[in-house]
Design a protein around this ligand. Structure first.
Ligand code: ZN
Length: 214
């Protein structure tokens, strides 16, 4: 049995290795910018990877590593103080840089009462969506044609697997039927990455099969 924590760790390892589809890469980078604990874990993995590559020579930064390093740099490290209007921002920098705006500028579409969505697009065979759930609203029970990764950005939701608050990643797949319910104190805002609908083995699903099976 693979625990959710182990699976998130595996996602982080794949993120460091650069093998995730782009939307999942962005989601994990955003998660690391919100999670001090897992940012430390990712740093340990990077150092281990460096030791594996070379024990004596400094490792030149590739463009990808530089981008990754800049993604992993939180707003606390050597960043200039945020201007007042930026402090109201909700999105972690990795997500804001990817979608091009922060929460106040999301062009939401109402999908059903109390549930709004913005389809960011499809990249590397995976969809990435922003969502907004009214306080106390339940999303209808559903299963998944493939894999669904959800990162909570504000508020929280609960489902059969537990509670997910800001910075938490929820993972669901074909075997999971759930009915996420937003907590009542504030809207739940997040970002979700999914395989193309009804595709059982899209890039992200194959990746997770590799992770779990390997
Ligand atoms: Zn779901």
């Amino acid at each position: 049995m693979t625990s959710a924590a182990q699976t998130v760790d595996s996602l982080i390892a794949s993120h460091i290795a650069g093998t995730l589809p782009l939307p999942a890469h962005v989601l994990v980078a955003a998660h690391l910018q919100l999670s001090d604990q897992n940012r430390g874990f990712a740093g340990d993995l990077e150092r281990l990877g460096g030791l594996g590559l070379s024990q004596t020579q400094p490792i030149p930064l590739t463009d990808r590593d530089r981008r990754l390093a800049s993604l992993l740099d939180g707003p606390d490290t050597a960043a200039p103080p945020a201007a007042p209007q930026q402090q109201v921002g909700l999105f972690p920098p990795a997500l804001r840089d990817f979608v091009g705006f922060d929460v106040v500028d999301v062009p939401w579409r109402t999908k059903m009462p109390g549930f709004r969505e913005h389809d960011v697009g499809e990249f590397d065979g995976c969809h990435i969506n922003l969502f907004w759930i009214r306080p106390g609203r339940a999303i209808p029970s559903h299963t998944h044609g493939g894999l669904e990764l959800t990162l909570v950005l504000d508020g929280a939701f609960n489902d059969i697997n537990g509670r997910y608050g800001r910075g938490d990643i929820a993972i669901a797949d074909e075997a999971v039927e759930h009915r996420p319910v937003a907590e009542t104190d504030r809207p739940c805002i997040g970002v979700a990455v999914t395989d193309a609908p009804l595709r059982l083995t899209g890039p992200l699903g194959r990746r997770l099969i590799d992770i779990i099976g390997g």
